[in-house]
Every structure is written in C-alpha cells, then in structure tokens.
Design a protein around this ligand. Structure first.
Ligand SMILES: CC(C)(COP(=O)(O)OP(=O)(O)OC[C@H]1O[C@@H](n2cnc3c(N)ncnc32)[C@H](O)[C@@H]1OP(=O)(O)O)[C@@H](O)C(=O)NCCC(=O)NCCS
Length: 276
C-alpha cells in the first residue's frame, strides 16, 4: 500500500500530508518506531487483554508507527469480515486527531497518540456517529454487568451534531456489528465515561438539546473521577486554565464548562450505562 493510499485511508488533511510524508521517510528513530509497531502488534485482536505497551511517549514515533501499521490493521479487519467503510471511518480518526493537534498547538503532531492505540489494537470501531470499544469491563452494575464481562465503551468523536437519530442508528449498528463479528464476546451493555455525564452539565443544557438527549440515555453508576481540564479541552481545545476568563460564553455548553471552573470546582468524568 503506497503512502498516498495510507494518507487517504487515515483522512489526513492537506495541511498535514507533507509532514506525514517526511515522517514516513524519516529513518533516524527506526528502532523506536519498530518497538512501538511490535507493541501494538502484540495487542492487536486481544481486546486489551494484552495492553499496548509504551516503549516511548514521543508522539511522532507513535504517528510513524501508525503510518507503518495501516496495511496490518486493514488486513486484520478484512480477515474478520469488517466492511471497508467501517475500516475507513475508524481510521479517519487519525487524520481528525492530527488536525486537532495542529489546531491546538499550531504545529504538526499527535497530542492524543495514546488514544489511537485503541483503534490499532483492533478493538475500537466507528459505527456512524459513535465509536465503540469492545473490552472486558472492570466496572460493576448490579444485575447488569460484572467485572470481567464483555462490554462496549461508547466514545463521541468531534464530528458534528450529536443528533438523536444518528445516536439511535449507531447503537442499532453496534448491536448487529458486534454480534456478527465477535459472537464469542457477547455484549448487552454500553458504558460511557465522560465529562458529558457529569450531573453538573445535565442541569445546564436544554433537555431537548442533542447533548441533553444523549445524557438522558445513560443511567449513572459507579464513582466518578476528577477530570479537571477535560471539559475545557473538549469544548475549547485548550487545557490552559489561565485562559478561562477570556474564553467565549456564547452557548449553554461554553457557559456550563466555564461556570464550574469559575467556582473552583473540578469537572467529573462520570460513568453511565445503557442496555444495548
Ligand atoms: C459536544 C457535542 C457532541 C455537541 O453536539 P451538538 O449536537 O452540537 O450539541 P447541541 O445541539 O445539543 O448543543 C447544546 C448547546 O451546546 C452548544 N455547543 C455544542 N457544541 C459546541 C461546541 N463544540 N462549542 C461550543 N458550544 C457548543 C450549542 O450551541 C448549544 O448551545 P445553546 O443551548 O446555547 O443553543 C459536539 O460539540 C462534539 O462532538 N464535541 C466534541 C466531542 C466530545 O466532547 N467528546 C466527548 C469526549 S469524552
């Protein structure tokens, strides 16, 4: 597979293509890239039972490994009968995150190098508006979910409005997709762990909004954890708390995020589940 095909499949923006090409051709850190490739390859298809090891935390080494690994991941998907469109949608997150990195830092990079390990270990799939990661859960919901059960974790990429009809379609697709492709890992529950499920937000966006409707699909459970700058990052793409006073407060989402930080409180990464 030549480089242009890889960049197309990863939906790399025009602005990032020359840098990706230079990274692909660069040989100085070959040994480290090979270690990352080996670490992801070991994890591929283990659904995180073999976690992706981190021989380095250098983002561009990870991106170089992700460029190298495209044919192997495409082949894994093909062997498991996964439709080309799903492979394409799943891998398009690479270009999305490289573009977000440029938007945030002004430079070529991949701030979220660890996140894409889910895609490359072949346990996360984009099915319409949402992405789903198949894994053994460590969480417990009485009568619904016990630690060690297979479950789907839902993720929300930055890809436009979270229309309820699109969320319905994604959940319907997930039900069929995982039953067909991974019948030996049966799932009946979708969990979500997000700042969007912090109860502080539910009271501050309209119940009829897309975000409000999404929140109400999930039943809260378990302990939340501090995610101080997460909401700031997802809504404003900055983690710089010094910028809080000057950030725009035009929408209910922006006001909610900033109000909580004005109060000196921490956003919570809260858990919710729904029955698939
Ligand atoms: C958050 C997100 C899903 C919102 O989707 P949406 O369908 O546009 O949201 P809604 O239509 O329900 O909007 C509700 C309010 O939030 C505002 N809003 C939505 N997205 C916004 C954004 N990115 N920045 C600022 N305000 C936003 C809307 O303008 C609306 O404000 P109003 O009540 O003043 O009219 C979408 O912006 C997104 O994909 N964000 C990034 C992904 C993310 O945060 N993932 C979670 C990771 S844990």
């Amino acid at each position: 597979m030549d480089l242009d095909d890889r960049l197309d499949l990863l939906a790399i923006d025009q602005a990032d293509r020359a840098d990706c090409a230079a990274l692909f051709a660069r040989s100085g850190d070959d040994a480290l890239v090979a270690e990352v490739v080996a670490s992801i390859t070991r994890s591929m298809g283990s659904f995180n039972e073999i976690p992706v090891g981190e021989p380095t935390q250098e983002p561009l080494v990870w991106l170089a490994a992700y460029l190298r690994l495209v044919p192997a991941l495409v082949e894994w998907h093909r062997e498991h009968g996964i439709a080309e469109a799903v492979t394409r949608d799943t891998l398009a997150d690479v270009g999305r995150h490289v573009a977000i990195s440029r938007r945030v830092t002004g430079e070529f990079g991949l701030q979220t190098w660890r996140w894409l390990g889910h895609h490359y270990s072949a346990r996360l799939f984009a099915l319409g508006r949402l992405q789903f990661a198949l894994q053994r859960t460590s969480r417990s919901v009485p009568g619904m979910l016990a630690p060690g059960d297979w479950a789907l974790e839902a993720h929300i990429p930055e890809s436009g409005p979270l229309l309820p009809a699109l969320v319905d379609e994604s959940l319907n697709r997930a039900r069929a997709f995982f039953a067909v492709h991974f019948p030996d890992r049966p799932v009946t529950v979708v969990t979500c762990n997000s700042w969007m499920l912090d109860p502080f937000l539910a009271d501050r966006v309209a119940a009829t909004s897309n975000v409000g409707a999404f929140i109400r699909r999930f039943t809260p459970f378990g302990e939340s954890s501090d995610g101080h700058t997460d909401a700031l990052y997802f809504v404003f793409r900055t983690r710089d708390l010094d910028r809080v006073p000057t950030l725009p407060r035009d929408t209910s989402l922006q006001r909610a995020v900033l109000e909580r930080l004005d109060r000196g409180e921490s956003w919570q990464i809260a858990w919710g589940y729904l029955r698939l």
